[in-house]
Design a protein around this ligand. Sequence first.
Ligand SMILES: [Zn+2]
Length: 171
Amino acid sequence: MTRRLHSPGRLLQFANEIFVHGLGWTDSKQLDSSGVLPDVFIVQKRSEVMPRIRGCGNKDTEVALANLLRANRLFGWRRHPPIFGKPDFVFRKQRIAIFVDGCFWHCCPKHSNLPANNRVFWQKKLAANVARDRRVNRELRTLGWRVIRIWEHDLKKPARALARIRKALSS
Ligand SMILES: [Zn+2]
């Protein structure tokens, strides 16, 4: 699914959305004859719209969870296994898939907020992320996996997240 987001067609579509909505243009006459955006606009607008503070988060939060699991002597997991939906961690034997979801990118109810600029773009993008998460949960469960999603903010006070993982491991 993520892969599809990065396909040239998809990227172009996003770029077009940024371009059109971001600059308030309602038609595509600025595109060149092939319908392709000039690179300079893509780069410029992308860097402008990417929320600065949030980063992609994933690396840090995943490392945090890995450290937490080790510190609590929970072993037998792997990171980034080649499994549908790309879980961040799996306990393969117990068929448990764990995702650590960034509060911004996955619209956590406590901390999600839309950037002030390019609201339409972000609304669509974040809604697509949430929809994809649901689809992945459904599909993995159908395949017999138990899915645990942990919010980035849960890692600050991890007792509850740990309890969920322990419970899944013991059942
Ligand atoms: Zn949050």
